[in-house]
Write a protein that binds this ligand. Structure first.
Ligand code: DGY
Length: 324
């Protein structure tokens, strides 16, 4: 007798190799249109599938999870951040939640480094100038920018990604690393990285570059706002590859346009894909479209990590990356 296959719903297209394996083992439904699903469509997926695999663009709310027809028992998130899922309601409804940590650490740290260099050295502005045919040639005071080597880098949230970025910045560029967070990291975790633990205020006051690597929670929502931005040096730059909610984006626009800080490099936004009014008009901000983990290698690894969670669930084994 044929065993009934577990029903798995993907809210977006995944790398083909992972979709193929999923299709071989499970009764798979994929949102072939590959656009953000509506709440109604997500509700239908939760009513059909044993496992729903959301991404950062799917708000899995208390309303959705509380509906009587929900059949899903696992939310296997494609991504490390899971602030778009109401984990408390999921847990009350007996729905497990998993994520994909570790596999996207290096790729995301690379984008943080890209943003840091790009905002400091004005590379995006320079590229726009050349493409617009407006470059009139070299001269000694043309497009002067901020040197990065040897400067200080303040990391807010020294988790996996913060640590990987801090290592690149220290060992690659000789940057001095400060960090803040709930507690100091052990020598074992730091593994030879000379990083100084301090409070948030001190970090903001002392750092030439401030980079956000904390999760989006109620405690970190709008952590960077007009008051905390005012603590930063006027020549400092802010980097955000974590979550848009950590920054009060309109306050940041004001700070960037009035010289409270010198520049910013952003990969994430409060209301993606929308940006706060005035942000795109600013020359002193580098804007990327949430591409921190966006290498082929990493997206395949994220899919495989989610697949491992689904397989463990199907086998009734402990879930490797359970977060709720
Ligand atoms: C992550 O993995 O959290 C990325 O930001 C995409 O969601």
């Amino acid at each position: 007798m044929n065993k009934v296959k577990l029903r798995v719903a993907l809210t977006r297209r995944w790398p083909e190799s992972v979709e193929q394996v999923l299709g071989e083992h499970f009764d798979l439904r994929i949102n072939q249109e590959n656009r953000g699903m509506t709440q109604e469509e997500l509700g239908a997926a939760l009513a059909w599938a044993d496992v729903v695999c959301p991404t950062v663009t799917d708000a899995i709310t208390a309303d959705l999870l509380g509906a009587a027809q929900v059949k899903t028992k696992l939310l296997a998130n494609f991504g490390v951040g899971f602030n778009h899922i109401d984990t408390a309601t999921a847990s009350r409804r007996g729905i497990a939640v998993t994520n994909t940590p570790g596999v996207l650490t290096d790729a995301t740290a690379e984008i943080a480094l890209t943003l840091l260099l790009s905002t400091a050295r004005r590379t995006a502005e320079g590229e726009r100038l050349v493409r617009a045919g407006k470059w009139a040639g070299w001269h000694p005071t043309h497009m002067l920018s901020t040197q990065v080597s040897g400067k200080s880098l303040g990391i807010i949230g020294l988790g996996r990604i913060g640590l990987a970025f801090a290592r690149q910045a220290h060992f690659g560029l000789g940057m001095e690393v400060l960090y803040s967070g709930r507690r100091p990291q052990s020598a074992h975790v730091l593994d030879g990285l000379p990083a100084r633990y301090c409070g948030l205020e001190e970090l903001l006051e002392q750092s030439d570059f401030v980079s956000l690597h904390c999760p989006a929670t109620e405690q970190t929502r709008h952590l960077i706002n007009s008051e905390t931005l005012a603590l930063m040096k006027p020549e400092a730059h802010l980097i955000n590859t974590a979550r848009g909610d950590v920054v009060h984006e309109s306050d940041l626009v004001r700070a960037l346009s009035s010289g409270v800080i010198a520049g910013a490099g952003l990969d994430v936004y409060e209301a993606e894909p929308k940006l706060a009014k005035g942000l795109v008009e600013l020359a002193n901000v580098v804007l990327l479209p949430h591409m921190g983990s966006g290498t082929t290698q990493t997206r395949v690894a994220m899919g495989e990590c989610a697949l491992a969670n689904i397989r463990a669930f199907a086998a009734g084994e402990p879930l490797p990356n359970q977060v709720g």
